[in-house]
Design a protein around this ligand. Structure first.
Ligand SMILES: Nc1ncnc2c1ncn2[C@@H]1O[C@H](COP(=O)(O)OP(=O)(O)OP(=O)(O)O)[C@@H](O)[C@H]1O
Ligand SMILES: [Mg+2]
Length: 387
């Protein structure tokens, strides 16, 4: 049954993609397949169910018949009189009903086992390694990456290769490079969403693994490339997790800094408006501004912005950039952006290609070097549509 609901819910959620890309037939086939499988399994179950009951019944009555047959002979009955024998027989035949019920229990257990399999698979997933003992109140924000390599499980090549990079407290470092060059993979190593396969990352000169995981993650505010919202109110989506319990004033302040207040005010119930499942009620830019507000509210020493303003129009982006410039002060910031205009003021620009760093320098230095960055820059600024 799980398969059928899974396909159905996926199709409903992705109905726009299904429609836009002509996926109707494909989804119909997928549903028919899942449904057919479900039907076959149910039939199998019904068959076992329907065979086992009469089978057990026949067995019981054969047993009673044998008992009767035996009971007819006085030699075997021994000292037992007819009354005793009859009560014995009655007791024996009463067993039949609970026995039949037992067969029902079996099929229920089988169903339960089948359903629990997927739960156990989930539970068998390894827990995050959290063996660090070093406590951390507030980091200064110095990051040092030494020969960092990373490979996704099941992949046959490294997503990151020998990354060496030092970031001083308070610096803003921008990562640019082609899609798939490893930018997201790299920044996701900082809150230890993944652990390095080789090499080491140090925060304030202590390896990341030595910190208590919860302490480490308190140091990082992140706006992911894919904004995740929860089926809850706007306010709860901004003040999420550890931030639950902050005052409404703080929420409004963060939302204002992220230029989110202007649209929140227009929502039917303001901050208390439900955003719908996965935030379907909001536009891409609005979702991004909520995620930014969430990160600003967290006020962590390490700020990671992965394409955090990509869904905004140029005007909103400029406003937010001003707000961000203020937020980025006094904290280490890692920014990933395809629009190069947003990162020109970064202290360092890191150009990545195929999991490696190919260039590091300021905007001016890299333009003068006339390498990969200069080329990217020329490409973007010669095509007005991309600016
Ligand atoms: N969860 C994953 N499992 C396996 N491979 C992955 C996973 N996520 C990313 N990759 C691979 O790692 C490489 C780097 O991906 P990454 O997401 O870091 O790129 P990116 O530079 O952030 O690209 P973009 O600019 O499109 O966001 C890609 O080749 C990608 O296919
Ligand atoms: Mg990315």
């Amino acid at each position: 049954m799980g398969g059928v609901t899974h396909v159905a819910s996926e199709t409903f959620k992705g109905v726009e993609v299904v429609r836009a890309f002509g996926g109707k037939e494909y989804e119909e086939k997928r549903f028919a397949k899942a449904s057919g499988y479900n039907l076959r399994q149910s039939l199998k179950l019904a068959k076992v169910d329907e065979i086992s009951t009469p089978f057990i019944q026949i067995l019981t009555f054969i047993a009673i018949a044998v008992l009767l047959w035996i009971g007819l002979s006085t030699d075997i009955r021994g000292g037992m009189d007819t009354g005793d024998f009859l009560s014995y027989l009655t007791a024996a035949s009463l067993i039949a009903k609970p026995l039949r019920q037992l067969t029902g229990v079996n099929s229920k257990i089988q169903k339960g086992i089948a359903a629990s399999q997927s739960i156990f698979e989930m539970m068998d997933e390894e827990a995050e390694v959290d063996e660090g003992a070093t406590a951390l109140q507030r980091a200064k924000g110095r990051l040092e990456l030494k020969d960092v390599c990373f490979r996704y499980p099941g992949s046959d090549r490294n997503a990151l290769n020998n990354i060496n990079l030092t970031i001083e407290p308070g610096e803003t470092v921008a990562f640019v490079g082609r899609s798939g060059s490893g930018k997201t993979t790299l920044v996701n190593l900082m809150p230890r969403f993944n652990n390095v396969s080789d090499g080491q990352i140090m925060l304030d000169d202590v390896p990341l693994e030595d910190y208590r995981l919860a302490d480490l993650r308190r140091q990082v505010a992140i706006v992911n490339q894919q904004v995740v919202l929860f089926q809850d109110t706007v306010a709860h989506n901004i003040a999420y997790g550890d931030l639950a319990g902050v005052s409404e004033d703080d929420i409004i302040q963060a939302a204002t800094a992220a230029h989110a207040m202007e649209f929140i005010e227009k929502l039917p119930e303001g901050l208390q408006t439900q955003v719908g499942e996965d935030g379907v009620m909001l536009s891409g830019g609005q979702r991004q501004r909520l995620a930014l507000a969430r990160a600003i509210l967290k006020d962590a020493p390490l700020l990671i912005l992965d394409e955090a303003t990509s869904a905004l129009d140029t005007e909103s982006e400029r406003y937010i950039q001003q707000a961000l410039n203020r937020v980025m002060k006094n904290r280490t910031t890692l920014v990933i952006a395809h629009r190069l205009s947003t990162i020109e003021n970064a202290d360092k620009i890191v150009v990545m290609d195929q999991g490696q760093i190919v260039e590091v320098g300021s905007h001016q230095q890299l333009l003068e070097k006339d390498g990969a960055y200069a080329q990217l820059h020329r490409l973007q600024f010669s095509e007005p549509s991309q600016v």
